[in-house]
Design a protein around this ligand. Structure first.
Ligand code: GDP
Ligand code: CA
Length: 312
């Protein structure tokens, strides 16, 4: 069984991981997750991408909404509103329970990785869930008029409506990679970049110098999966960001986001006409259905990704 290290954001990454753990031994899967979306909300440390992965793999996610837990209720937030607190960032009752435990542990001095590992065991995950770093790393968005916003202020507060002129990963330069994440990259038989938003989920992982260096000196294949289908995002601001930051939304634009770190890119059948342009970037195109409609489609995409590695 191959050991697989996966770079992942939230929803797209989580959907892919659900397929992956169905086709390889989850004990051989090491998820290196983005933490640059993390935020303090109402005094609680929220880790949206870690939690999307945790809830999805535990079978507790609200699949339709795309974040948070199924069967959620909002009583705590109603009280927050009544008490005059901030309610722009939605936190459900079930979700809050997790944030309470995490926040308490962090305040007591536990690193995020230790808290996360404990939560992963408690929620029945069999793969390793590794924050990319225990250090503070935060995405900031510069909008086209030049306004600088904290990531969640732009993403949730403004519903990612403002055009993005630049993205900064504050703290990345001095952040140390999580040792277990480095080890996962160094001992993996295969590295996968999940179909996550490159600018918001994958680049903040690669912005940690030790992680980028580890990926650049890999001797095993790295296969990325495109988050764009037919030049459009399945969900979220990825296509709009490709348009404003990279000048287009074709599969070749996605490939260029991963030059130097990926050997192959799985692109959707709808993007087959762009395959030659992907190849021109030096990254091998693999054309396959990439829409993860259900668990079976996600497992099929995971299989294609593993097979692509053999061909690299
Ligand atoms: P976030 O951190 O929750 O925003 O999630 P990610 O960064 O991990 O994933 C967001 C990306 O997942 C979006 O750009 C979507 O287009 C992509 N995505 C979601 N579902 C699918 C799918 O079924 N297939 C593919 N190829 N991409 C998907
Ligand atoms: Ca995210």
């Amino acid at each position: 069984m191959p050991r697989v290290a996966v770079l992942s954001g939230g929803v797209g990454g989580a959907r892919f991981l659900r397929g992956l753990v169905a086709v390889v031994d989850p004990g051989n899967v090491y998820v290196i997750a983005n933490v640059a979306d993390d935020a303090e909300i109402l005094g609680l440390h929220v880790s949206p991408d870690l939690d999307s992965i945790l809830y999805t793999l535990a079978g507790l996610a609200d699949e339709e909404r795309g974040w948070g837990r199924a069967d959620e209720t909002w009583n705590a937030l109603d009280t927050v509103a009544r008490a005059g607190g901030e309610t722009w960032f939605l936190l459900g009752d079930r979700d809050i329970g997790l944030h309470l435990v995490r926040t308490q542990a962090l305040r007591a001095g536990d690193p995020l990785s230790v808290v996360t590992a404990r939560l992963a065991v408690r929620f029945g995950l069999r793969c390793a869930l590794l924050p990319s770093t225990d250090d503070r790393l935060r995405t900031a968005i510069v909008t086209s008029p030049g306004e600088r916003l904290a990531f969640q202020e732009w993403f949730v507060g403004r519903r990612h409506a403002d055009e993005v002129a630049a993205v900064h990963y504050d703290g990345a330069e001095s952040a140390r990679a999580l040792p277990a994440a480095l080890e996962a990259l160094e001992t993996a038989d295969l590295v996968v970049i999940a179909p996550s938003n490159p600018f918001l989920s994958i680049h903040p992982i690669l912005a940690v110098p030790e992680l980028r260096a580890a990926l650049e000196r890999r001797r095993v294949p790295c296969v990325a999966v495109s988050p764009l289908v037919g030049g459009a995002a399945v969900k979220g601001p990825a296509a709009a960001m490709f348009a404003s930051l990279a000048g287009g939304t074709t599969a070749a634009h996605v490939a260029r986001a991963y030059v130097g770190v990926a050997d192959a890119l799985v692109v959707d059948e709808a993007d087959a006409p762009d395959a030659h342009a992907v190849a021109a970037t030096g990254i091998q195109p693999i054309v396959a259905p990439t829409l993860m409609r259900d668990a079976e489609a996600a497992a099929a995409l995971a299989r294609v990704t593993l097979e692509a590695a053999v061909a690299c």
